[in-house]
Design a protein. Structure first.
Length: 471
């Protein structure tokens, strides 16, 4: 329904617009699109990107899944992902148009800033230094924006954290309303909670580089963050076409080529974790009434794969293929927030009980999936926090909960080293875990001087040049 709504709304805008300069303006395009239509489009396409890239690359890089038909990303030949680069900048341009609309509505401005911060974090965390502050100035004639340093994108005036805090202040002090909100149906208090929860995510992400304790604690003390799964930022897929989860409508090969990873088997099996039965299917060779879940190592060559009987390798869960509305595309979940708070408390960045946040994160993950947390799960020796390896257990449980949530688990692994992922034996990156995509070739072609400066600043346009927060 999301895409159908967008088609109808945009079509309405196209046919109702009558302010044309017949000599110079395309008669089939509006001079301006109402911000509600742009917001609907950004939410729908941004959510699609989260879920699709969680399926296509995020789950492979974090080793929730493995691939049989040699998607290069599974063997650490990442390429440039020019498509996602272009889509992300286009969505940020749409958000800028929301702010520049004739409506002059501060609530739209704030929501646009929240989503811009989210999209900006995605592009800088995937490519490191990227155009940001000048990136939307094409209308002013700037077609060669500079590449800003990642630190400035996060912490500078008008950067990610500044946009979010300013948006919170605006929404707390406006009586204006918004339409076209596919996620929260115009509930601005939920947008405030989303913005503050994103602030927690990003402050924890950069906490090894910047003292974030005071700001984090203030957010916690104010209390206007996700309170439960009803607050989390998700856009569900629907049962009716054309709003179904993309893999439901794809050819069978797109589904069967993606399998449970050996890493997921090794992490979930010792925990007796029922989320394994949701994320994956029993192997085809399961027999005797016993369901068996087995994975395959990531990044295997064709020769290496030939030694495996695929009847002994689990497919991905039925909700990812058999249910058109089984997936909820998540910008951020309540579970993720609680794990961020658990990590912050474990590091002494905020007050509060580490175990309380941690257990709330686990419960939130089950609630998000519509599953029941088994009695005794939290008291298992390999689940309970005992003071010896708490950060590893926090991030590992966060990894389990981050299944299909874009690239978030990969970002956490790059930042913390957890969970302990094995290096694929047939990787194509010289036995090194990658940390970024290469810049798109279009940047070198049309923005060559700034591209060269960026490459020099990060130490080379390859997969192994780390960003600021992971140094």
């Amino acid at each position: 329904m999301r895409n159908l709504i967008i088609i109808v709304l945009v079509a309405s805008a196209l046919f109702s617009c009558k302010k044309f300069d017949k000599a110079n303006i395309n008669q089939n395009a509006p001079e301006e699109v109402n911000p509600q239509f742009l917001l609907s489009n950004v939410l729908a396409e941004g959510a699609d990107n989260q879920a699709y890239w969680g399926w296509h690359a995020g789950n492979l890089l974090s080793q929730h899944a493995a691939n049989l038909e040699f998607l290069p990303v599974d063997r650490y030949n990442l390429g440039s992902n020019e498509g996602l680069w272009t889509e992300t900048y286009r969505l940020m341009k749409d958000l800028q148009d929301v702010k520049n609309s004739e409506e002059g509505n501060r609530a739209y401005d704030a929501v646009a800033d929240i989503l811009t911060a989210h999209q900006a974090s995605l592009v800088t965390d995937l490519w490191t230094n990227v155009p940001f502050y000048e990136s939307l100035e094409a209308e002013e004639g700037n077609f060669t924006p500079i590449f800003d340093e990642q630190e400035a994108i996060y912490t500078g005036e008008g950067g990610i954290l500044d946009l979010l805090s300013a948006a919170v202040e605006t929404l707390e002090n406006t009586q204006e309303t918004i339409e076209g909100d596919l996620m929260y149906q115009g509930n601005l208090n939920k947008w405030i909670k989303f913005a503050n929860s994103l602030r927690v995510r990003y402050l924890v992400r950069i906490s090894d580089q910047v003292n974030v304790s005071t700001e984090l604690q203030q957010i916690i003390d104010d209390g206007n963050i996700f309170q439960d799964v009803n607050d989390e930022a998700v856009v569900p897929y629907l049962s009716a076409s054309p709003n179904q989860w993309v893999i439901f409508t794809e050819r069978e090969g797109r589904y069967v080529d993606v399998r449970m990873s050996k890493t997921a088997e090794d992490i979930l099996t010792p925990l007796n974790d029922p989320r394994m039965e949701h994320y994956y299917k029993p192997t085809a060779n399961s027999s005797g009434g016993t369901e068996v879940y087995l994975g395959i190592p990531n990044g295997l060559s064709r020769e290496s794969q030939n030694s495996y009987d695929l009847g002994d390798v689990s497919l991905m869960g039925s909700y990812l293929r058999d249910e058109p509305d089984g997936v909820k595309a998540a910008f951020m979940t309540y579970a993720e927030l609680q794990f961020c708070l658990a990590e912050a408390a474990q590091k002494g960045l905020i007050s509060g009980n580490v175990s309380t946040y941690y257990e709330a994160g686990i419960q939130g993950s089950f609630d998000h999936l519509g599953l029941t947390l088994p009695a005794g799960y939290l008291s298992q020796p390999n689940v309970i926090l005992d003071g010896s390896n708490d950060l590893e257990r926090i991030v590992t449980q966060k990894w389990i909960a981050s299944f299909m949530n874009g690239y978030e688990a990969w970002f956490d692994f790059r930042r913390t080293g957890y969970p302990d992922l094995p290096l694929p034996q047939d990787n194509l990156n010289n036995d090194v875990f990658p940390v970024r995509y290469a810049y798109p070739s279009t940047e070198q072609a049309v923005n060559g001087s700034n591209y060269s400066d960026a490459v020099n600043a990060i130490g080379g346009d390859d997969y192994n040049s780390p960003g600021w927060w992971e140094n």
